[in-house]
Design a protein around this ligand. Structure first.
Ligand code: CTP
Length: 405
């Protein structure tokens, strides 16, 4: 089915990045109407938008008046995405102004609306902008947190437009949930850990594991598309930072622990999808370990790492927070995959445990997953083989149900 996308573009330097976003939509077969503001055309001209979308573009309500575009474009849209959204556009949208085609479109649209703000840090942090963002979110719009990084000049800070590919992923995730999808995690702070930790033997060697981070990143994206404020603690993952997600990059289990414990203090939910190494070398050599002339190999003494999931579950700073763990099991002589999962749920003290059967290593690096979500109250939800995104939404459904009551 062709999705009708309205791409609003406003007057910020990041307007050029919207060209790539437009391409992603059109190459995926979507029908895109670009509605730039007059100041957006100072950055990227109308011929570019027209050529890339295959449609005429207008900024005001006086072009093709017979077709009533100021009403029809919004009414017919399946999603409206404003990227980049300037402070000025957020203010006009929050106050319901209708002084150009884009603001008229925002007033007539009944579909999901996504704003991807981009501006200097001071403008983003200004109480006027924050109040406008809060108003738009309260009305059900998805306002993506800007990324931290290089801004227009030599300065860096929060206010950068997230990568177009990641904005596209977020919008696609929203559309996949259907027209009735709500921002049911709006106002919630969630923490997701992803990837596998590295424990160094010396400056160049480490003990690691096969975790790709795909499931954790899918969880972070899914939560962001449902309106949550997401902190992603990412251990050695090569994937791009998801749009609207605050990412903390770590390497070792101790660094992961520090970041997760800090973020957990104010979190409504924590999902530990990372694979922290259970052991680390007791001593880390400051110099590269050399081969011995006699052909002998060094013995590596290991020390057990802290169990982060057990720590945050047993030592709760917020009693009402929902804590979710993952268990990769193969089953053994002592029990089946599910028996071992139930025992682990009780041992760790978390509220939900997502149990994967990893016999044969099928899950690692794969786009798909299949799992059973076990709950501390004895409930179990079977999730058939499907995308990691689909599993992520089932996990957030379970978390949201617990928030609700
Ligand atoms: N986990 C953690 N800290 C660790 C190890 C694991 O927080 N040091 C978390 C993982 O993120 C995951 C869950 O614990 O959510 C289960 O990890 P797993 O390795 O399966 O559990 P272990 O306690 O290591 O149990 P096992 O004896 O089966 O290895």
């Amino acid at each position: 089915m062709t999705i009708r996308v309205v791409l609003g573009v406003t007057g910020g330097i990041a307007a050029y990045k919207a060209c790539e976003l437009l391409r992603r939509f059109t190459e995926s077969g979507h029908d895109v109407t670009v509605v730039p503001t007059a100041s957006a055309l100072q950055f990227v001209g109308a011929p570019t938008w027209s050529a890339l979308s295959g449609k005429p573009v207008a900024t005001d309500v006086w072009t093709d008046v017979h077709a009533v575009p100021h009403v029809h474009i919004g009414q017919q849209a399946d999603v409206v995405v404003v990227a980049p959204a300037t402070a000025d556009l957020l203010a006009r949208a929050a106050h319901g102004l209708a002084d150009d085609l884009l603001t008229n479109t925002l007033l007539t649209a009944r579909c999901p609306v996504v704003f991807a703000p981009a501006m200097h840090t001071e403008m983003w942090e200004h109480r006027a902008t924050q109040a406008n963002v809060a108003t738009l979110r309260a009305r059900g719009a998805l306002v993506i947190e800007p990324a931290v990084g290089r801004l227009t000049g030599a300065d860096t800070g929060k206010g950068r437009l997230p990568e177009p590919a990641e904005i596209y992923e977020l919008v696609r995730g929203l559309l996949d949930r259907g027209p009735d999808a709500t921002q049911d995690l709006a106002g919630r702070k969630v923490v997701v850990s992803a990837g596998g930790t590295r424990e160094y033997l010396d400056p160049v060697r480490f003990l690691g594991n096969r975790s790709s981070g795909l499931q954790g990143y899918a969880l972070a994206r899914a939560a962001a598309s449902r309106g949550a404020h997401v902190t992603l603690v990412s251990a050695n993952v090569t994937l791009p930072d998801p749009a609207g997600v605050s990412v903390v990059h770590v390497e070792t289990t101790e660094q992961l622990r520090e970041a997760v414990v800090t973020a957990t203090a104010t979190a409504d939910a924590v999902v530990m999808a990372a694979a922290p190494a259970d052991f680390r070398p007791t001593a880390v050599s400051q110099a590269k370990i050399k081969k011995a002339d006699d052909g002998s190999a060094p013995a590596i003494e290991l020390t057990q790492n802290p169990d982060i999931l057990a720590e945050i579950s047993h030592d709760r700073t917020r009693e009402d927070a929902v804590i979710v763990g993952f268990a990769a099991e193969t089953g053994d002589a002592t029990g089946s995959v599910l028996d071992l999962g139930r025992a682990k749920l009780a041992r760790k003290g978390c509220d939900l445990l997502v149990v994967n059967d990893v016999s044969g290593g099928a899950v690692f690096g794969s786009a798909d997953n299949e799992a059973v979500v076990l709950a501390a109250d004895g409930a179990a939800v079977e999730v058939p083989r499907g995308s990691k995104t689909a599993l992520a939404h089932v996990i957030w459904d379970e978390v949201a149900r617990r928030f609700a009551g």
